[in-house]
Design a binder for this molecule. Structure first.
Ligand code: BMA
Length: 341
């Protein structure tokens, strides 16, 4: 009998691998043995695919992928998979239109998140708008993609939607930033009645007092609704003499008032250790952007970009990860307060 429940659509079939028997895992989040699932040069004209997001679609999965083109510009590409592990990609970037039906392409686009809300699919990403800012688009069929108004002014590079309205409002996490590599950053939350007007901004979590997340934190995958609250996999960054290190962290937010953190894991859940995380275009990066969560079994697959070069997958189970986060939780006033000053 499971202790906790995932509240989400049923999943017909999801990628899965049992936890390894050896005791090498620090936290109950284990890597798929076939990682990386997406390797270099998977699309003609694209050298690296990483930091990407997917959803169940028809009998398999569909995803929006960050593809670093051979001219160095990132764009968003559509990919399809039967099993969530083997992917086929379109050979040209997603063609976005404005609300009047005219082609409306971002100059560049990266770090997409893909979220189903009320039967429609929303993509958020980072793009050029007089500096890095958040882009937003909607699709219902993965053939027509309509760009909506940008939710926030620059600079902001890291946005994540919740999978349902809370108190009749859409919710988006984001991290206000600078125009460069941003040596600071907390997670904030904004709400909207209509996906156009965003306000009632709240602070959710500050960068941690723990060293692994001491420089900045940012929303990762869309939060998973559970009986304990919103389970959020996010990234935490530390600074070393050879650059930033990106690890995966975990927190659980209040279900009705998600700007209040209920539990926040003081240790990382996953940190760069494997060759595909430590070696690549940007070494030492594990950057979560998406999950698949199965309510029937409690199984969760976390998709993360590795070293700004590959896509990798790690697995966990709801009871194990929630208990681990609770056992290692350390909260600060800035976590538990409503986040309004
Ligand atoms: C962040 C973003 C991510 C990237 C990470 C590590 O600022 O740009 O796309 O994965 O840096 O380079």
């Amino acid at each position: 009998m499971s202790k906790y429940r995932i509240i989400a659509d049923a999943i017909a079939d999801m990628p899965w691998q049992e936890a390894p028997k050896d005791a090498s895992m620090q936290a109950p989040l284990w890597r798929y043995s076939g990682n990386p699932v997406i390797k270099r040069n998977s699309i003609k004209g694209v050298s690296r695919i990483f930091n990407s997001a997917l959803v169940p679609w028809k009998d398999g999965y569909i995803g929006v992928f960050r593809g670093e083109q051979t001219d160095g510009m990132p764009m968003l590409y559509l990919g399809r998979s039967n099993d969530g592990l083997n992917w086929k990609f379109d050979d040209r970037p997603i063609q976005f239109k404005d609300e009047d039906g005219n082609l409306f392409m971002p100059e560049y686009a990266y770090d997409p998140r893909l979220t189903k809300i009320d039967g429609a699919y929303y993509i958020v990403w980072c793009q050029e708008c007089y500096g890095p800012a958040i882009g937003l688009a909607k699709t219902e069929d993965f053939e027509n993609f309509t760009r909506l108004e940008n939710p926030f002014i620059p600079y902001n590079r890291n946005a994540v939607l919740f999978p349902r309205k809370v108190n009749d409002r859409y919710l988006m996490l984001s991290r206000p930033s600078d125009s460069s590599h941003t040596p600071f950053g907390d997670i904030f939350m904004s709400e909207s009645p209509d996906m156009t007007y965003w306000g009632r901004h709240r602070h959710v979590m500050s960068r941690g007092s723990k060293w692994w997340e001491s420089v900045k934190i940012g929303g990762g995958a869309s939060p998973i609704e559970t009986s304990e609250g919103w389970l959020m996999f996010y990234h935490g960054v530390s600074s070393t003499c050879s650059g930033f290190v990106y690890s995966i962290g975990g927190a659980i937010l209040d279900i009705d008032e998600p700007s209040k953190v209920k539990y926040r894991c003081s240790t990382f859940l996953l940190t760069p250790e494997e060759w595909y995380e430590q070696t690549g275009f940007v070494p030492n990066v594990c950057f979560p952007c998406s999950t698949i969560a199965d309510p029937a079994t409690g199984r969760i697959a976390v998709y993360y970009g590795a070293a700004d070069t590959y896509v990798a997958v790690a697995f966990t189970e709801l009871d194990r990860i929630v208990d681990y986060i609770k056992e290692h939780s350390e909260l600060h006033d800035s976590d538990t307060e409503p986040g309004r000053k």
